[in-house]
Design a protein around this ligand. Structure first.
Ligand code: 3PG
Length: 215
């Protein structure tokens, strides 16, 4: 299964901000225990490459890099074992380096102009960021109309109270967010509480999928 197919299969992408690579084992344990073996580890901290390397080395979690702002960070991420690269905005240099390195890039878009630029780079899946501030699920539905075949991964301001709105939009491939892996619980290596949050998110997503495609 490709990395993008893995993200779609799980419907959810936990967005991790962590200061210390020592949390990697607990984080991965919690994701696996919660039934969502996926992590986007953001380059908001210097610990990101070490965390990605530790998680990728286990082999039981689909791990990628987030907040990737330049080609150098693409190299750091892929060298560490990242299976996908996410950016807050659209950078041709980042997308091209990721594709050169053989991993999918998910650049952030928030407007039709940015989305059109992403399609010109050959992309079919993009991040929609900052999701809530940029119009939420209705904005994605509106953007999807003229861009048939584009899949969106919204993040930014999404949590238990509004994740269902996004998952019900057919063009949404998966929803990302930090609510599943709060920074303080990751730092505390609180496997039990992290797994519980992850499990709750998985249950919410499963309920949405059931409603979207009733049998
Ligand atoms: C991201 O980096 O993708 C977002 O900032 C995550 O947004 P959230 O913290 O509001 O979930």
């Amino acid at each position: 299964m490709t990395a993008l197919a893995g993200l779609v299969a799980h419907s959810l992408v936990p967005v991790v901000v962590a200061d210390d690579a020592a949390c990697a084992g607990a984080l991965a344990d919690a994701l696996v225990a919660g039934g969502l073996p996926v992590a986007e580890v953001t380059f908001r901290t210097a610990a990101a490459p070490a965390i990605i390397e530790a998680i990728a080395g286990r082999g039981d979690v689909l791990v990628g890099a987030g907040t990737v702002l330049n080609p150098h960070q693409v190299d750091l991420a892929v060298d560490a074992g990242a299976a996908f690269v996410v950016s807050p905005g659209l950078s041709r240099a980042v997308v091209e380096r990721a594709l050169e390195r053989g991993v999918p890039a998910l650049p952030g878009v928030a407007t039709a102009t940015e989305l059109q630029a992403a399609t010109e780079l050959g992309l079919e899946t993009v991040k929609f960021f900052p999701a809530e501030a940029a119009g939420g699920a209705p904005a994605i539905a509106a953007l999807a109309a003229p861009f048939a075949g584009i899949a969106f991964v919204p993040t930014g301001g999404i949590g238990p109270s509004n994740v269902a709105e996004y998952l019900r939009v057919p063009a949404v491939a998966a929803v990302g967010g930090s609510w599943m892996v709060p920074r303080d619980l990751v730092a505390a290596r609180d496997v039990e509480r992290l797994a519980s949050l992850v499990r709750d998110a998985v249950a919410l997503a499963a309920a949405c999928r059931t409603r979207r495609t009733p049998t």
